[in-house]
Design a protein around this ligand. Structure first.
Ligand SMILES: Nc1ncnc2c1ncn2[C@@H]1O[C@H](COP(=O)(O)OP(=O)(O)O)[C@@H](O)[C@H]1O
Ligand SMILES: O=C(OP(=O)(O)O)[C@H](O)COP(=O)(O)O
Length: 405
């Protein structure tokens, strides 16, 4: 990955400077309880670095999709509490994004205090990339650091437009973004071969771009989850009541043809765990098919045991692995076997292993293998777009002399 013209936080002089740190604290919530604080933990090294260097951190993130209006359900309050607990800093959370006391709070900050702004998406200008909102944020700080990897595929005010107010020596990527760029960028450069991508999840249409791009770079693509059914249907197999995206069958065919032309293999399930509905609750409601076909009235909800064996052996032989998307409806224990087997196989693989965020990251956690994977990205959409396009708007914005548009 080309990082010419991009500085990192440890290249800058931070002492006495007001440092705006855009992070991605978009954590999953159950009411006001944070169910996974991985994204908060991941941004802490940069925040601590800024504090250690004598900078004054002004931390900001979005949380959920409040659609441009303040909504207590999406307040940063639980995040502020967790950040305080994890760091020992006193986290000051002004009441609103427009709180007139913010500049004074920043000016009067004491050591071991940090300011966390309210949810940036409480302002309609954030998602619109509004230049005035971007300027009002930029006016708070001397330096801009982006550590919001999970949001860098969004051309939003605090990720993109705001950055044009900072020049040489005053804008940089944070430590998390550096790790993400190194790991995901490693897949784009000259990865050790065989390079195997394991793709799953629900929607072919969401991941078609990245699949099209991956097929050029990898040696094999292993496809599970609901995505596989569109490919199998494209090959003419009966998929019963499984989730097939009819309007993507042509694209799936094109990908299969392109792979054949390039001499690359697309590995699809050879059997399935099926049920009559998503709501199957008991093992008795589940059947395993004897081969690829799925009978009318039945739907594939996980890969079957022969497919598990096949996928695991492909993963074991790989020297580089990228995984995105579960192999089945892994939220239910009845259909999590394939996903868990893939998580363990990736953990045991000798090669360089990267998980592309989202559900696959939570599956790795459930499987208890997070520490055995080389890199788990904090961004789902962002990691896919980085692989697809080789860069992200938020990364480009950090480049010196980037022509903002
Ligand atoms: N066979 C299947 N049928 C229906 N849904 C599936 C199937 N396999 C996986 N899914 C669903 O796909 C969802 C995840 O898809 P997606 O959002 O594309 O993955 P990710 O979050 O990893 O990018 C999960 O909620 C899972 O239940
Ligand atoms: O959670 C995020 O993306 P992800 O679920 O694709 O990893 C980011 O915080 C971006 O959020 P958004 O998809 O609401 O713009």
């Amino acid at each position: 990955m080309d990082i010419t013209g991009i500085s990192f936080v440890d290249d800058l002089k931070l002492k006495g400077k007001k440092v705006f740190i855009r992070v991605d604290f978009n954590v999953p919530l159950n009411g006001s309880e944070i169910t996974d604080d991985a994204r908060i933990r991941a941004a802490i090294p940069t925040i601590e670095y800024v504090v250690e260097q004598g900078g004054i951190p002004i931390i900001a993130s979005h949380l959920g999709r409040p659609k441009g209006t303040p909504n207590p359900k999406y307040s940063m309050e639980p995040v502020a509490l967790r950040l305080a607990k994890l760091t020992g800093y006193e986290v000051i959370l002004p009441e609103s994004l427009h709180d007139p006391v913010i500049p004074t709070l920043i000016a009067d900050i004491k050591p071991d205090q940090v300011v966390l702004l309210e949810n940036l998406r409480f302002h309609p200008g954030e998602e619109k990339g509004d230049p005035e909102f971007a300027k009002s944020l930029a006016d708070l700080a001397d330096i801009y650091i982006s550590d919001a990897f999970g949001a860098m595929h969004r051309k939003h005010a605090s990720v993109y437009q705001m950055v044009q107010h900072f020049g040489r020596g005053t804008k940089a990527a944070g430590l998390l973004v550096r790790d993400e760029i190194r790991a995901l960028g490693g897949l784009l450069g000259q990865p050790a071969k065989p390079f195997v991508a394991v793709m799953g999840g629900a929607k072919v249409s969401d991941k078609i771009g990245v699949l099209t791009s991956l097929i050029e770079k990898v040696d094999k693509v292993v496809i599970g989850g609901a995505m596989a059914y569109t490919f199998l249907a494209a090959q003419g197999h009966n998929m019963g009541a499984s989730r097939v995206e009819e309007d993507q069958i042509d694209t799936a065919l094109k990908i299969l043809q392109r792979a054949a032309k390039l001499g690359k293999e697309i590995v699809l399930p050879v059997d399935h765990r099926i049920a009559r509905s998503f709501d199957a609750k008991r093992e008795e409601d589940v059947q395993v098919t004897s081969d690829i076909a799925i009978s009318e009235g039945w739907m594939g909800l996980d890969i079957g045991p022969k497919s598990v064996e096949l996928f695991v052996s492909e993963i074991a032989e790989a020297k580089t692995i990228f995984w995105n998307g579960p192999m089945g409806v892994f939220e239910s224990e009845l259909f999590s076997k394939g996903t868990m087997a893939v998580a363990h196989a990736i953990a045991d693989a000798k090669g360089f292993t990267v998980i592309g965020g989202g559900d696959s990251a939570s599956a790795a956690k459930v499987a208890g293998v997070e520490k055995k994977v080389d890199h788990i990205s904090t961004g789902g959409g962002a990691s896919l777009e980085l692989i697809e396009n080789g860069t992200l708007p938020g990364i480009e914005a950090l480049r010196l002399n980037h022509p903002f548009s």
